[in-house]
Write a protein that binds this ligand. Structure first.
Ligand code: G2I
Length: 702
């Protein structure tokens, strides 16, 4: 994060790893939980996800059916019983009997519920579809929503408030009585009415054929959700029905899920069935969800093939006799491989009921905690890192907020975790007299610019040179750590509650003094950008010297944060510009692989990132995308649809798949929060107008 420095020799050298592989995190075989054999629900749970099914009330008396239901599934969607024709067959006359049967079954078996559905053109009684007067229809629609949601209040995790409102092959709404009589605004009105009726329920838009990112219908729904989020229309989730043909999900499904999630909504697979149920197609669908931290669950549309609305396709996980099919095994193993450190942010580090991402219903079940010593998911569990990267950048999302006592010009060096339904960002702020740090949190990126920035010098972290923060949850101690540089040391503070900026402890140093190997090599550089990552045995502290060296120290997981010793040069380049600063090391989800990125100074003086991989944190690093022309991220591979506001892609952090000390990232649909600045700005380094923006990978293959 430090400034430009006198250039060293221009001799290029290969970056080398000095220490060969040792102490590789052991790949742990994922076993069924202690309660017995693995089931769909128990396999999904460790990452904070649910596994559900559509249920027909009329089948609950079938013991084969209900045995599978209660063994395998922890989320239920009534297949038809909450639809309008079932609940309000004539105006003002409500019948919740069949739905209540399912609700009570769920309550007595610890299953959560999705409400399906309030406003839909289909299975709509003719007394509604015949209404031609807007005032009447508005009152009928709002009364239906309010009465149904009030009846089930406290029992429904998520409601499909509006179902299938978009036309096939189009960005426009479909024709329906709601659209034709009330106009485009009916969806917004339905969501606003729903929020008022049950503020604790999550409100979803649900549709089919919106799984392929480039489809017009997908784009139409995406534009609606983006518009809702930007205007504060209440929407919490988008359901992708996922009624697939034999090929399974489209290639762009992962992109679709992550792009919607990036708008600040949860995403779910809500009605999955796949013609002939090929195991690979099912596995790919599950992987697509596991790769997106805000993909919070999967529901299949029925239990046995004979229960399916498309039974001749045999599209489900159990055959008509109730036997698990090969697709079932594929789903079980894919879910198992996706556990480990891939804990979804919705699985909190404590079992605190304050998690806003947990179901706020009477049937709430405490989700498992993110494990402290998380297992390495088995290889091949999910997508892979590409060999070249392409990114699309946002505009400026976060600018500094100077106040009376902080005349700051830039905000930089961000660290970010998504936890408990919010992004938590820590960053350096700089003015001509030096550095301090701020904290801000927000639910989605559209809110980032308006979020309050707390100056952490008011906390026990105190005043003085504190910069380049890195935040993570250290599961073994159930504590958040903030690691940062204090000039002559790498320092840390801890906090039990990441959302409380005053809860950080006073700085403590990792070292008693600068390790000898650093003082021998630092030359006229600076000791900067401390970075901690742990595997199942050890914790490592990386730092840079702005002079061509990347250092690594280590201690054991049980000793951390004490005992940081054995400092070595982890990578080195004779030209300091090629290996400058801002190093990040991440665990790649589903792989026995780590990703190293290091900020470099390009031929034009602008910043970009190079990348390497290794199969252990202390192993040797192999170049991945490591050149200025094909970088990890830099001017050569970032586009700016909203306008090119920076030529530097500088110090930042990936949006992680979890938030613990393993620093796990998904190799799919990557996002990187970075610092950039007006290319025309020129002043002393500490007064440069750094701003924060978000890169989203545009060439994700998974
Ligand atoms: O069409 C598949 C699904 C598409 N997305 C929305 C879902 O709600 C929808 O579910 C299906 C049910 O699985 C079927 O069970 O919705 C159909 C109606 O559109 C349901 O079919 C209906 C039959 O049309 C009725 O004749 C029958 O009385 O099921 C009813 C109850 O068995």
């Amino acid at each position: 994060m430090k400034g430009l420095h006198r250039l060293g020799r221009r001799r290029r050298a290969v970056v080398i790893g000095l220490s060969a592989a040792a102490a590789v995190a052991g790949a742990v075989t994922l076993l069924p939980n202690s309660a017995g054999a693995a089931t769909l629900g128990t396999q999904a749970a460790p990452s904070g996800r649910y596994f559900g099914t559509a249920v027909a009330a009329g089948r609950l008396g079938d013991s084969t059916y209900s045995t599978i239901l209660d063994r395998e599934f922890n989320m239920i969607t009534p297949e038809n019983e909450m639809k309008w024709d079932a609940t309000e067959p004539s105006r003002g006359s409500f019948n919740f009997g069949p739905a209540d049967q399912i609700v009570s079954h769920a309550a007595s078996h610890g299953q959560q519920l999705r409400g399906h559905t309030l406003v839909w053109h289909s299975q709509l009684p003719t007394w509604v579809s015949g209404i031609t007067d807007a005032a009447t229809l508005r009152s009928v629609m709002n009364n239906h929503i309010t009465t149904a949601m009030t009846h089930f209040k406290g029992k429904i995790h998520s409601w499909d408030v509006v179902n299938e409102a978009f036309a096939d092959g189009s960005t426009q709404h479909r024709s329906s009585v709601f659209q034709n009589v009330l106009g485009d605004g009916f969806i917004e009105e339905a969501f606003r009415t729903a929020r008022a009726a049950d503020p604790a329920a999550k409100l979803c838009y649900n549709d089919y054929n919106i799984e392929n990112w480039t489809d017009a219908k997908t784009q139409g729904v995406y534009a609606m959700v983006r518009d809702f989020k930007s205007r504060g229309v209440p929407i919490d989730c988008v359901g992708f029905q996922s009624h697939f043909g034999t090929g399974g999900p489209p290639a762009g499904f992962g992109t679709t899920l992550s792009n919607f999630a990036a708008l600040g909504v949860d995403v779910q697979i809500t009605e999955l069935d796949i013609a002939t149920a090929p195991p690979t197609a099912y596995a790919n669908t599950v992987k697509a969800c596991l790769n997106v931290s805000r993909c919070t669950g999967i529901t299949v549309w029925g239990i046995r093939d004979s229960d399916s609305w498309r039974s001749t396709d045999n599209p489900l996980l159990f055959d008509s006799g109730g036997n698990p099919k090969p697709a079932y095994d594929a789903v079980i193993s894919t879910l198992g491989a996706g556990t480990g450190s891939s804990a979804s942010p919705s699985a909190g580090p404590s079992t605190s009921s304050s998690s806003t991402d947990q179901p706020r219903t009477k049937t709430r079940r405490v989700r498992p905690t993110a494990s402290g010593t998380t297992a390495s998911p088995s290889p091949s569990a999910s997508g892979s890192l590409p060999s070249t990267f392409q990114w699309s950048s946002s505009g400026v999302l976060i600018a500094p907020k100077p106040d009376a006592s902080h005349n700051v010009a830039g905000i930089k060096d961000p660290s970010v975790v998504y936890y408990n339904g919010k992004y938590h960002v820590f960053a350096s702020v700089a003015d001509s007299s030096g550095y301090s740090m701020v904290y801000l949190s927000f639910t989605d990126w559209s809110q980032a610019g308006s979020a309050t920035q707390y100056y952490l010098d008011q906390s026990p972290i105190g005043r003085g040179y504190r910069a380049a923060p890195q935040v993570f949850y250290f599961a073994p101690q159930k504590l958040w750590y903030l690691v940062y540089q204090t000039g002559d040391n790498a320092s840390y503070s801890t906090n039990a509650d990441i959302s409380n900026p005053n809860g950080w402890s006073a700085p403590k140093g990792f070292y008693s003094s600068m390790p000898t190997i650093i003082s021998q090599n630092i030359g006229n550089g600076y000791w900067v950008d401390m970075w901690v990552i742990c595997d199942s045995a050890n914790c490592y502290l990386f730092s840079s010297d702005d002079n061509g060296q990347l250092y690594r120290s280590q201690t054991t997981l049980s000793q951390f944060p004490n005992g940081m010793t054995n400092t070595v040069i982890a990578a080195q380049d004779a030209n300091r510009n090629n290996l400058f600063e801002a190093a990040n090391v991440y665990k790649v989800q589903g792989k026995n692989q780590y990703l190293l990125i290091v900020e470099a100074i390009g031929s034009d003086g602008r910043r970009y990132f190079r990348s390497w991989t290794s199969n252990s944190i202390d192993g040797s690093w192999t170049a991945l995308a490591a050149s200025e022309s094909s970088p990890f991220a830099g001017a050569a591979n970032v586009t700016f649809p909203a306008g090119a506001w920076t030529r530097d892609i500088s110090h930042g952090e990936m949006i992680r798949a979890g938030y613990d000390q393993t620093l796990t990232i998904s190799p799919c649909g990557m996002q990187y929060l970075y610092q950039g600045r007006d290319p025309n700005s020129s002043t002393d380094y500490n007064s440069l107008p750094w701003r924060l923006g978000l890169l989203t990978q545009s060439n994700s293959a998974c």
